[in-house]
Ligand binder design. Structure first.
Ligand SMILES: Cc1ncc(COP(=O)(O)O)c(C=O)c1O
Length: 435
């Protein structure tokens, strides 16, 4: 178990602080020191997509929507952007509609909370769902550091759950819940990203999703579903989200516009469960909204309006917005995998997975990929990557690295992999004494 008890001084003596903060600071420093390095590190959306965002057009589009559908005057529509506005959000109808179109989710617009990115959604969800001493958060390991950061911020214990080739293994998860219960901890929530997990690129198949839902229901554990990379899947082989498979309210959805639109908008959303469902879902929605008031009052309406305008301009579909970008990411992923095959296919001691979407590829080495090795890679070979240990709660992934294909332009990928291959040949070779 990582983290401290709810009664303890959570922010002072926190054993996972180092795994969250220092690596990210280190990575940023290395990137700043080697500006001419090709970096497979950032999991950020490609800059060319950000350049295409018509901010003013999106704002106008939303204003028109408020006038034509909301029956407000243009002056009232302008005021709505500059007043505090409802804590739950200003654009819930547009978002609920998009969830209905894209994921076939029937959600109550009033139940959704529009948040400051997925990060605030995670924070609100954890604080609401884990409100008793002994409540704990299970986290797929390795995982997105934002969830560990949120748990740490709240002083919640985090329980690592290993990831298999198909994501979380439901039976292994159930064993962990039962084991922790015997130790006096109640696993209230499992954080899970079923579509192309950050950092491993793993995707759960349909049977694994159903099995996980069954276990969560049986054990009374909520599934906190983060689906930020789902849009990168080939439309022909999209799988239903966990939320879409859940009729009862076992899944709390977290969504973000960071990758599909722009991270600087800082727009996410929290979805408590299906509409017309149990009273518990309605109660949860009220608690999420109350918590939102306490954290940031409301999400900046101008940002909400731009996000909603972008969705409206794509026929009310976030997936449609994603479709215009996902092909680019799938192509970059294909180029990355092909370049790895070409340059490292015959290399002993290096293997990798082959995700079908998302931003990330996971490399397995026969040596520890630590900060020292990264520094060497940046300095001598001008190529950057992320040690998998930055994402791990357990220290079990020290021989792995994460490569991200999203931020680079296609022509940089080939050169980047050439450099990476030269670096790996040097350090994984038994003759090596480079580091
Ligand atoms: C798994 C995951 N969730 C969410 C986010 C984005 O969060 P936010 O909307 O707070 O920018 C990221 C960004 O890296 C991520 O990898």
């Amino acid at each position: 178990v990582n983290g401290s008890s709810r009664e303890g001084p959570a922010l002072v003596a926190d054993p996972i602080a180092e795994t969250v903060d220092e690596p990210i600071v280190f990575l940023n420093e290395v990137m700043a020191r080697y500006p001419d390095a090709i970096s497979f590190a950032p999991g950020a959306p490609n800059a060319q997509h950000l350049a295409q965002v018509d901010v003013i057009g999106a704002l106008q589009r939303f204003q028109e929507h408020v006038v034509s559908v909301g029956g407000r005057s243009p002056e009232q529509a302008q005021l709505a952007l500059l007043e505090y506005g409802p804590s739950r959000g200003l654009v819930n109808d547009v978002f609920a509609d998009a969830l209905r179109r894209d994921e076939h989710l029937d959600v109550d617009p009033e139940g959704i909370v529009i948040t400051v990115g997925a990060q605030e959604a995670l924070l609100i969800a954890l604080r609401t769902l884990c409100d008793q001493p002994g409540d704990a958060v299970a986290v797929v390991d390795p995982s997105f550091p934002g969830i560990v950061g949120a748990a740490r911020f709240l002083g919640l214990p985090t329980i690592p759950v290993p990831e298999g080739p198909l994501g979380v293994d439901a039976m292994a998860f159930e064993d962990i819940v039962l084991r922790e219960r015997r130790r006096g901890l109640r696993v209230r929530v499992l954080y899970v990203a079923p579509d192309f997990n950050n950092p491993t690129g793993t995707r759960m198949d349909l049977a694994s999703r159903r099995a996980l839902l069954d276990v969560a229901r049986r054990q009374g554990t909520k599934l906190l579903e983060d689906n930020v990379y789902g849009f990168t899947a080939d439309p022909a082989v999209r799988l239903p989200s966990l939320a879409a498979l859940d009729a009862e309210g076992t899944v709390v959805g977290v969504r973000s516009l960071a990758k599909v639109a722009a991270p600087g908008l800082r727009i996410g959303m929290l979805v408590p469960g299906p509409a017309g469902g149990r009273a518990e879902v309605r109660h949860l929605a009220r608690r999420f909204a109350a918590m939102k008031t306490m954290v940031t009052v409301n999400t900046p309406p101008v940002s909400q309006a731009i996000a909603a305008g972008l969705i409206l301009a794509c026929g009310g579909s976030l997936a449609e917005l994603g479709n215009s970008r996902s092909e680019f990411y799938r192509e970059n992923l294909r180029l990355l995998l092909e370049a790895l095959d070409r340059h490292l296919g015959d290399e002993d001691g290096v293997t990798w997975n082959r995700p079908h979407g998302g931003f990330f590829v996971r490399l397995f080495l026969d040596i520890a990929a630590d900060q020292r090795l990264l520094e060497f890679s940046a300095q001598k070979f001008k190529v950057l990557w992320t040690p998998m240990s930055f994402f791990s709660l357990t220290g079990r992934h020290s021989n792995e690295i994460r490569l991200s294909c999203s931020y680079l332009d296609p022509d940089e990928i080939e050169t980047g992999v050439e450099r990476l291959a030269a670096f790996l040949r040097e350090v994984t070779s038994p003759k090596s004494c480079g580091v």
